[in-house]
Design a protein around this ligand. Structure first.
Ligand SMILES: [Zn+2]
Length: 282
């Protein structure tokens, strides 16, 4: 599943490749991909005849601005890739594969194609009269962005103070901090030397400080590498990231810990495969 670094990589690609993309025509091949009220009919009517402007990211959501020909705001196109959603820029008319869900065509015949094997990805149209969180309820519930000032050890300590759930489970919860998923939760906990099963409320102040620093550090490294090679993640040009090759614990169960040589363990915690070193993470 794409997490913050992968979504950020997609965001950069959308902004780089689509700054003069004028949506002239849209085909929705799977109704389920459109999550905003009115379904594909309302979506198509509002999103077509728009320029794609800047793209922002909030957690794992992509937020594209829609502009008129005169470059006046019309609202937003919001996308969540979920498990397997990906965008591809198709230069010439190429037949859509069976996992193609939504197709955006510009005046020059270029196509921005949304492909989604598992079909959990979602798109919303948000009119300029509304705010994005008003329409997209998942965004209302997001915790702070890891790179913003409101994500810090004071916040996290207060937030986790009464939580009995494991720290792994807390990190996966988008209300704790936005954008973290299974890969970066495991990598961060290893880097911070914290056992993923530890009860959140039992973390000491210095552990929480380390956790905050490690999370920001690991996410920045991965963004620099263009996300990971794991799963089916690809950027718009079909290239996958490089972070996977340097993963510390993720998908390394049975292999030697890169710090101490102990065997990396793997176990399901809150339903997700979790990887850690029993020696380095107490
Ligand atoms: Zn170790």
């Amino acid at each position: 599943m794409p997490e913050l670094p992968e979504v950020e990589t997609v965001r950069k690609g959308l902004e780089k490749l689509l700054n003069d993309f004028y949506i002239e025509r849209i085909e929705v091949l799977k109704e389920r991909s459109i999550a905003s009220n009115g379904g594909s009919k309302t979506f198509i009517n509002n999103v077509k005849n728009s320029y794609l402007g800047n793209w922002e990211r909030r957690g794992k959501y992509l937020i594209g601005s829609l502009l008129t020909k005169e470059k006046i705001s019309k609202g937003f196109l919001v996308v969540h890739l979920r498990m397997t959603g990906q965008f591809k820029l198709v230069a010439k008319e190429v037949l859509a594969c069976k996992h193609t869900r939504v197709r955006f065509f510009d005046e020059r015949g270029r196509e921005l194609r949304f492909i989604d094997i598992r079909n959990f990805g979602q798109m919303w149209f948000v009119p300029s009269s509304k705010s994005v969180p008003e329409i997209v309820s998942g965004i209302r519930r997001l915790g702070p962005e890891p790179f913003n000032a409101d994500f810090n050890s004071d916040y996290l300590e207060e937030y986790l103070r009464k939580k009995t759930r494991s720290i792994k489970s807390a990190l996966l919860d988008q209300e704790t901090v936005a954008g973290v998923g299974n890969i970066y939760a495991d990598e961060t906990l290893f880097d911070a030397g914290i056992n993923p099963k530890k009860e959140s409320r039992n973390l000491k102040s210095n552990e929480i400080k380390r956790l905050c620093n490690s999370l920001v550090k690991i996410l920045k490294i991965s963004i620099g590498e263009g996300g990971t090679t794991f799963s089916d993640f690809r950027d718009l040009e079909g290239i996958n990231g490089n972070y996977g090759g340097q993963a510390l614990v993720y998908r390394r169960s049975g292999k030697d810990c890169k710090k101490c040589g102990e065997k990396i363990l793997r176990e399901k915690i809150c339903g997700r495969s979790t990887h850690w070193c029993p020696n380095c993470q107490k």
